[in-house]
Design a protein around this ligand. Structure first.
Ligand SMILES: Nc1ncnc2c1ncn2[C@@H]1O[C@H](COP(=O)(O)OP(=O)(O)OP(=O)(O)O)[C@@H](O)[C@H]1O
Ligand SMILES: [Mg+2]
Ligand SMILES: [Zn+2]
Length: 292
């Protein structure tokens, strides 16, 4: 349920959009394939259309994300988690639905129908993304500082000295030593590559960060470090984040609220503690029990 919470004091806010949501997503649907009269009108059991072979990777996904909040998205492989964040980052074009960002035109524009130029602006100034596959997020044969600098330049920074200082500062924040900032990410370990991605994603101080399976495939000690880092960033910078993971343990550590997806649909959402203590949907129950 996407209830807009009215908080005490917000009535005095002169802006009548007094809710604190940084991002509002409404009925986001992404279909891969042509679609047909069957899958466009019938409720599909699974996310696959038996008639035309299209995949409904996301079906009418709706949620709000509050400022500074971490929303976890959990679900089995193929449930549409990556498609959802990639759609929000404009890597995929949605089939239908809307998303509004408070920091962009005061939340009045549906970002999916904005021009390519405006969408680039939103990516560069308002969002940061960490891909599960670091090859999608980094140029492996640039220097690490160059990767961060690239994001700074797209966000309108042009002073070379400042860019270098800021890149160093960002890489230090994720514990990449300054002495190695000019090394190429291809020479880094998986965990280090993820940390370079995080510093790149933070470069423009975005109010919204999208993290897709940021710790998957890392060994436990590195995973713990990356999770700590994400938590400290959230505390320090009050960035709102969407954290995608198939690992409920990661979600439990990070997320205030959690959304559970299955076959492209949201089957359950609520406070993470509540979902873990008292899962309602059989699929969530299965997930929770397999965690124990
Ligand atoms: N580019 C694409 N072309 C066609 N189908 C796609 C494409 N990307 C994703 N899909 C399909 O969309 C569905 C959802 O995929 P998605 O990658 O979003 O799942 P996921 O929840 O991120 O899974 P995982 O946990 O394995 O990363 C899958 O059935 C997948 O085959
Ligand atoms: Mg994925
Ligand atoms: Zn179809």
């Amino acid at each position: 349920m996407t209830s807009i919470q009215t908080r005490e004091g917000s009535v005095t806010d002169e802006n009548n959009q007094a809710d604190s949501a940084v991002l509002r997503v409404n009925q986001l649907t992404k279909r891969f394939g042509p679609g047909c009269s069957f899958c466009e009108h019938e409720e599909l059991e699974e996310n696959y259309c038996p008639v035309c072979g299209s995949v409904r990777a996301c079906s009418n996904v709706s949620f709000d994300l509050d400022r500074g909040e971490i929303l976890g998205i959990v679900g089995e492989s193929g449930s549409g988690k990556s498609t959802l964040v990639k759609s929000l980052y404009f890597d995929q074009q949605v089939t239908s639905g809307s998303a509004h960002i408070q920091d962009y035109k005061n939340g009045e524009a549906n970002i999916f129908t904005e021009s390519a130029q405006q969408q680039r602006y939103i990516r560069n100034y308002i969002m940061g993304m960490v891909y599960q596959n670091p090859h999608l997020g980094l140029k492996m044969d640039y220097s690490s500082s160059g990767n961060v600098a690239e994001k700074l330049i797209s966000a309108g920074h042009f002073h070379v000295g400042n860019i270098r200082d800021r890149s160093a500062e960002l890489l230090e924040k994720v514990e990449i030593p300054v002495s190695r900032m000019d090394e190429q990410p291809q020479r880094f370990s998986g965990g280090m590559q993820q940390r370079v991605q995080i510093s790149k994603a933070l470069a423009n101080n975005p109010p919204l960060l999208l993290l897709d399976e940021v710790t998957t495939g890392l060994d436990l000690s590195v995973q713990a470090k990356v999770l700590d880092l994400i938590r400290s960033i959230q505390r320090e910078l009050q960035v709102a984040m969407i954290v995608v993971s198939h690992d409920l343990g990661v979600i439990r550590m990070l997320a205030d609220r959690t959304m559970v997806m299955k076959q492209g649909k949201v089957v359950e959402q609520g406070l993470t503690d509540q979902i873990l203590e008292d899962p309602q949907h059989p699929y969530t129950q299965l997930l929770v029990h397999s965690l124990l």
